[in-house]
Design a protein around this ligand. Structure first.
Ligand code: 2HG
Ligand code: ZN
Length: 461
């Protein structure tokens, strides 16, 4: 039956590329989470919107589940195909379709890499401001599917803010043209926003119109070493008051150890428990002096131990590498990832509770903290000890994540700040969303995807 179904698919869509080799099934069947064994039915690589529609219609006839697939850099298992699904990879649909100087929008296909979007915007003297470390490998379609955040959210917000229009193939194969680039559109439900962050469960993005903006003024990058956790939010408040921040990211000495072992260059001597990489507008001498004054005030108040200001672009990149290299440096340790958020005002109390919880639950396990602290978003990576089997490690981490989810609930936080729910966090959705909300979400899913074929098993408990 499956051979016959696939033969019918290629007969219907002669332009479609279909892969069934074991190596391809493995490559396209997983994302950056390495927990599941990939086992897709086949990989479909369409080159047109019509072919995406054709695949979805075919899937409805043959009742085959479809996993939409971008750069597969996700950390929540949202693009994993482990149960005979058809992977619908959008990598061939990776072109810029147009730029509009008046609207200041860039229209792209979903498979284009974030970095290529940055480049295309720069060619027109503008920027697409959403940015994070996976920029070279992730795709804009995946960014939209997870409402990706990253390192400039503090200034520019999440992906959601930058999507002026979306073309989406819904679960029945129909093409929806949502918002059409309008800035103002008060004509009922905003289905475009519903699609953003829906993790491929409601529709497949086949075209996106992105808003662009002016480049920021020249900036400066600073690395700070802090004496304790309490200093973190105090330095954030101080710097936010005195400077125009573009980014404010933190990591711990444990994260630093890994990133240095992975080839990054030490920038501050001595041992310090917490570090911050911050970038701020520095168009003139006055801004520069304001930064030094903020730094000195922090030192005087005992909030900052030490710091360096980048003196060149190369030095700025080296400082950023200390933060952006963390994920890659942890990968060999099979980290269990948590990506959580609370309101910024709740961060100090929350940090204390979490620290007590993690120290109690993981006395002999290395836990690495870093993230977008200015957005209330923390990445907690738990590293697998060699002595523990994969299965025992996951069991232990899931137990602790349950406790973490309870703590989060107490602070009104979220179990997924920017990575999505996918497979990894679906059993914790109820800590973040009420049962009523989840019932409504299921209702929405039913409307857009009546046969439940788009990324089934993802997001919902
Ligand atoms: C980052 O902020 C990414 O670097 C990845 O969101 C976080 O690896 C992680 O846990
Ligand atoms: Zn992040």
């Amino acid at each position: 039956m499956t051979d016959q179904a696939l033969a019918d698919l290629t007969r219907r869509l002669p332009e479609l590329r279909l892969l069934t080799d074991a190596g391809d099934l493995e490559h396209y069947g997983r994302d950056w989470t390495r927990r599941w064994t990939p086992a897709p039915l086949a990989i479909a690589l369409p080159a047109s919107v019509e072919d995406v529609q054709g695949i979805v219609r075919w899937a409805n006839e043959y009742k085959v589940a479809v996993v939409p697939s971008g750069g597969r850099t996700g950390l929540s298992g949202g693009a994993v195909a482990a149960h005979g699904e058809l992977v619908l990879s959008l990598e061939r649909m990776n072109r810029v379709l147009g730029f509009d100087a008046v609207d200041r929008t860039l229209t792209v296909q979903p498979g284009i890499a974030l970095e290529a979007v940055h480049g295309a915007a720069r060619e027109h003297g503008l920027i697409y401001p959403v940015d994070f470390a996976a920029r070279g490998s992730c795709s804009i379609g995946g960014n939209i599917a997870t409402n990706a955040g990253g390192i400039r959210v503090i200034r520019y917000g999440n992906t959601r803010e930058w999507i002026a229009g979306l073309k989406v193939v819904a679960g029945n194969g129909e093409l929806l043209d949502l918002n059409r680039g309008l800035i103002k559109n008060s004509s009922g439900y905003d289905l475009r926003q519903l699609m953003i962050g829906s993790e491929g469960t409601l529709g497949i993005v086949v075209e996106a119109t992105l808003r662009l903006t002016d480049p920021p003024p020249p900036s400066q990058v600073m690395l700070l070493a802090l004496p304790d956790m309490d200093a973190l939010m105090q330095v954030f408040a101080l710097f936010r008051r005195k400077l125009s921040l573009q980014a404010f990211e933190f990591f711990t000495d444990v994260a630093l150890k890994h990133v240095l072992a992975h080839g990054a260059q030490r920038a501050i001597d001595g041992e310090h428990p917490y570090y911050v990489v911050t970038e701020f507008d520095a168009p003139d001498e006055r801004a520069h002096e304001a930064a030094l004054a903020a730094f000195e005030q922090g030192v005087k108040q005992g909030l900052i131990n030490d710091g360096v200001m980048a003196q060149s672009d190369a030095q700025a990149a080296a400082l950023w590498r200390l933060r952006e290299g963390i994920t890659e440096s942890l990968a060999p340790h099979k980290p269990y990832k948590n990506d959580i958020s609370v309101r910024v005002s709740a961060v100090p109390a929350f940090l204390h509770e979490i620290q007590a919880l993690l120290t109690r639950e993981y006395p002999h396990i290395e836990v690495v903290w870093f993230g977008h602290i200015g957005d209330g978003n923390l990445h907690i990576n738990v590293l697998k000890p060699v002595s523990l089997s994969d299965a025992d490690f996951i069991t232990q981490c899931e137990h602790v994540t349950k406790l973490l989810a309870q703590t989060l609930q107490g602070h009104g936080g979220s179990i997924s700040a920017e990575h999505g729910i996918g497979l990894v966090k679906r059993s914790y959705l109820e800590s973040t969303r009420s049962l009523q909300e989840i019932a409504l979400m299921r209702g929405v899913k039913q409307v857009f995807d009546p046969n439940g074929l788009l990324n089934p098993g993802k997001m919902f408990p």
